[in-house]
Design a binder for this molecule. Structure first.
Ligand SMILES: [Zn+2]
Length: 419
């Protein structure tokens, strides 16, 4: 079968034909397939300035190379001698070709091919596998993301969740806004920092119309977020996310443990709490046998850590309620007990819960519309993307990687799907 036959199936451009092809070795001894592309004599070139077809002016002296999708591990290259047009609007300009954009050395098909692989592998791995540079992979992702953002549909969004994520060893934050509707869960927006200003920028992008149609907004207890939601989406049911409430509680349980380890050590007691972080963070029903033994050992000491851990487990019941009123009663009782516990971090949790009582109870108002795992799942995926994106120093690169992985961005229709 001729290469031409395949190319005419998968990459056909009217006004152009495929000419000679050959296989040779490049300077490094790697195989390359070169395919000549020629313009049909009756086809007029397109001006790269205005996109209109214009009379030809002349030809460039040397053919330009465009990298195409590799075949059987062999690099593939289009060779085409660019024409220049004489455009009454733009002057003398290089023509625009349908298989590549602007000055890109990569064909559009190859760009999308690399971008797709970059969802599955790190940029460097993609570059290694397909014998191209890290920069080319990066540019391809950048192209895919900007195309996707420009073409995505933001209509019909009823539920969003806002979350923050740390980066650069925890010194900096990004604000992430997700769509959390049933059937469409994706990253909508990424912004620098986690200030009021940051989150306001999302609403500016999202627009008044769409904001007014939001029915549910989910967040953690971060004050600037609460403030902006009250201002910009006051009609929506604002829910404090279960994942974040429990994360807060886990943090306090661990705080109690760390404090107690120090105190016990100072007072010369045996280190019963050492290496017991797991058993205070894990729910009891998930213990292994060995962990259960350790737990019963800990219980004998009647430590604050153990008590706060039991309080946390007890609180899990809260989420099982159906009626907000019953849940509210449970919440109040739990908080009273926590306040009497004389364990400072747990008292702090109780105060926080009391302060946000209404928003927490909204969980039951929105029940069914917001499932517990959505924000948590997206948050985990975002963290994984950040970890995989090691080597990315700039915010722009991280934002791009997040949109690429989590944005569920659209792609153009192609006659052939390479991967
Ligand atoms: Zn023009």
């Amino acid at each position: 079968m001729l290469l031409k036959t395949i190319l005419n199936r998968i990459e056909r451009h009217k006004s152009f034909v495929y000419g000679e092809d050959r296989i040779l070795e490049d300077e490094e001894g790697q195989l390359v397939i070169e395919i000549e592309v020629q313009a049909r004599t009756n086809g007029r070139p397109i001006c790269s300035g205005c996109g209109k077809s214009r009379p030809g002016y002349d030809r460039m002296p040397k053919p330009r190379r465009f990298q195409y999708v590799p075949l059987w591990g062999i690099a593939v290259c289009f060779l085409y001698t660019m024409r220049r047009v004489n455009c009454p609007q733009c002057g003398v300009k290089v023509e625009q070709v349908p298989w590549a954009e602007g000055k890109s050395q990569l064909t559009t098909s190859y760009t999308w091919f690399l971008a797709r692989w970059a969802k599955r592998l790190s940029y460097q791995a993609v570059a290694n596998v397909f014998k191209t540079s890290w920069e080319h992979v990066y540019r391809s992702v950048e192209h895919a993301v900007s195309w996707g953002l420009a073409h995505r549909d933001l209509e019909g969004i009823e539920a969003i969740g806002v979350d923050e994520i740390q980066w650069q060893r925890g010194h900096k934050y990004l604000t992430l806004v997700y769509q959390t509707d049933e059937g469409c869960r994706r990253l909508l927006w990424v912004g620098k920092d986690r200030t009021t200003k940051t989150f306001l920028r999302f609403f500016r992008m999202f627009g008044k119309e769409r904001s007014s149609r939001l029915r549910f907004v989910c967040s953690d207890m971060w004050k600037p977020y609460l403030k902006v939601i009250a201002k910009k989406a006051s009609q929506a049911v604002h829910v404090l996310d279960r994942f974040h409430v429990m994360a807060k509680m886990n943090k306090s349980v661990n705080e109690v443990r760390v404090g107690e380890v120090k105190r016990l050590e100072r007072d010369g007691y045996e280190p019963v709490l050492k290496n017991s972080r797991w058993c205070l963070l894990k729910r009891r029903e998930n213990y292994t046998e060995k962990q259960a033994v350790k737990m019963s050992e800990l219980l004998r000491y009647n430590l604050q850590s153990v008590r706060s851990c039991l309080m946390r487990d007890d609180f899990q019941q809260f989420w099982e309620y159906t009626y907000p009123a019953c849940a509210g009663k449970f919440l109040d009782e739990w908080c009273t007990r926590a306040m009497r516990s004389k364990i400072e971090p747990m008292k702090k949790v109780a105060k926080t819960l009391r302060r946000h009582r209404d928003l927490i109870l909204n969980w039951f108002v929105a029940k069914g519309a917001i499932s517990a795992g959505i924000v948590e799942g997206l948050n985990n995926k975002a963290k994984l993307t950040m970890r995989k994106a090691y080597g990315f120093r700039t915010e722009k690169a991280i934002e791009m990687a997040l949109y690429h992985q989590l944005g569920d961005l659209p792609e153009p229709e192609f006659p052939h799907r390479f991967c």
